[in-house]
Design a protein around this ligand. Structure first.
Ligand code: G3D
Ligand code: MG
Length: 174
């Protein structure tokens, strides 16, 4: 960790279609973002400057899948170099949490094993159909650093979610 160096943190956001990945990213970067569409790998990359507690100038690079989540052919460049992973489930659809364990975590293990994971239980503004204990036990099983209930609609905990994954991602430099 060097004081004068500028850091770029690549953070990827994954999860089943329509869980709210793009909405969360857009809520967080609101207005100040520059968007970079990379058709070749089917992703949007959003950039935002952030201030972490250590005061080191840091650029957050958020990778969001643009298109069909499970289909993305270019998995390696998507995952490669990620220092943090946000996995999103939809509190109104149990299946989206089941898929985290069955599909998304094996993918992470394959391509970016060491990156810290934060689990987001999104759409907390709607009726919550999944028991808190189940989500907690999923989080323990897949070894997440944190579980956060969010709403991209109301903005609940959105800042906090990105702050936590950024702090965790920064630790991978230590
Ligand atoms: P994705 O990027 O994971 O595929 P999107 O998901 O961000 O495109 O969101 C899918 C739909 O869910 C969108 O609805 C979006 O507005 C809605 N959504 C996302 N997050 C929340 C949330 O926290 N609360 C509620 N109530 N809705 C949310 P539409 O109708 O535009 O397709
Ligand atoms: Mg999307």
């Amino acid at each position: 960790m060097e004081k004068n160096k500028k850091y770029t943190l690549k953070v990827i956001i994954i999860g089943d279609p329509a869980v709210g990945k793009t909405s969360l990213v857009k809520k967080f970067v609101s207005g100040k973002f520059s968007k970079d569409y990379r058709a070749s790998i089917g992703t949007n990359i959003f950039i935002k400057k952030i201030n972490l507690e250590n005061k080191i100038e840091t650029t957050l690079q958020l990778w969001d899948i643009a298109g069909q989540e499970k289909w993305i052919k270019m998995r390696r460049p998507y995952y490669s170099g990620a220092r943090g992973v946000l996995i999103v489930g939809d509190l109104t659809r149990r299946n989206t949490f089941e898929q985290i364990e069955k599909f998304w975590v094996p993918d992470i293990k394959k391509y970016c094993d060491i990156a810290p994971i934060v689990l987001l239980a999104n759409k907390n503004d709607l009726e919550n159909l999944i028991d808190e204990k189940e989500i907690k036990s999923l989080g323990e099983k897949i070894n997440v650093v944190s579980i956060i209930y969010t709403s991209a609609k109301t903005g609940e905990n959105v800042e906090m979610a990105f702050k936590i994954i950024s702090e965790q991602a920064m630790k991978t430099y230590y």
